[in-house]
Write a protein that binds this ligand. Sequence first.
Ligand code: ACO
Length: 329
Amino acid sequence: MGIKIIGTGSYVPEKVLTNHDLEKMVDTSDEWIRTRTGISERRIASETEASSDMAFKAASRAMEMSKTKPDELDLIVVATITSDRITPSTACILQGKLKAHNAACFDLQAACTGFLYSLEVVNALMTSNPKFKKALIIGVEKLSVITDWKDRNTCVLFGDGAGAVILEKRVGKHDIGGILASKLASNGDFCELIKVPAGGSSNPTSAETVKKRQHYLSMEGQEVFKLAVNEMAKACQDVLLRAKVDISEIRWLIPHQANLRIIKAVGNKLEIPEEKVYINVHRYGNTSAASVVIALDEIVRTGKINRGDYILLTAFGAGITWGANLLRW
Ligand code: ACO
């Protein structure tokens, strides 16, 4: 038995915001952004486009690829830090839009690691509960609404988008693969490193919090950088060891697309050839929970993956959270 990905989809908004556009908004330069982050442009959702709207488009594409009808979905999990509203969950809002009335729905918040966490949570639920045969996982973010467009330290980094996968429980003896091993980790001692300071129960929204710009994401970049490289590399080594797969057997390493220097440093630590490390950070920037799944969909849709290939996913984000999943296609 295996829990297999049978369809993928993604969606990025039409509007492109280039580094040159940002030069007109804050004291920065295309050269600084490209050399420090590898990002050239990012996508920005329209005012009327919520996370659930982007999720709907990505989900529809994954359902079309896997020929899944809405009422076949038993489970919908949305990984996001930019839910449409505090409540209800974006997963429930999406369920309504998809008319997937047989699904149990919830959101999962693990920042940039959210899609990886969701894969393992759904894998465990589908393995243990015979009712869950088909599931939809979405990674989606509208980070543009929690980005401080006056802060050059962060506004050059983020973008909007969504990715989706459909998972199915397969029982045939010829059905190789699925999710082979996962490492999920977090360390709350570092919860101040990446945060949105206001809008929650510890610091509710007030005129004061709005005035102090506390509803935007702030980050201690350098500290995050060091932790990210070490923890993502260790998480990858952990899942490879447990699944008894050598790094040389990996077809694609798909790291969270936060910064080209972080991606390259993780690749170097793992000693994996550059051409096996998937990169699209130059086009989309950091889309948090959406980044790994958008990349996965691009690989699938451009035919760069074959049955039996090993795929290694890794991510790192606020919490701090990090992890890795080893998949066999
Ligand atoms: N344009 C020009 N100069 C800038 C900019 C900018 N956009 N941003 C910062 N600078 C300046 C700083 O002010 C600083 O100037 P100073 O030396 O005079 O003080 C200088 O550039 C160097 O800044 P650093 O912070 O040292 O730059 P660094 O090389 O560390 O790059 C970056 C910053 C890109 C943020 C990097 O640290 C990084 O990518 N960190 C990891 C981010 C990450 O992975 N996040 C993942 C989780 S996000 C989530 O969970 C939603």
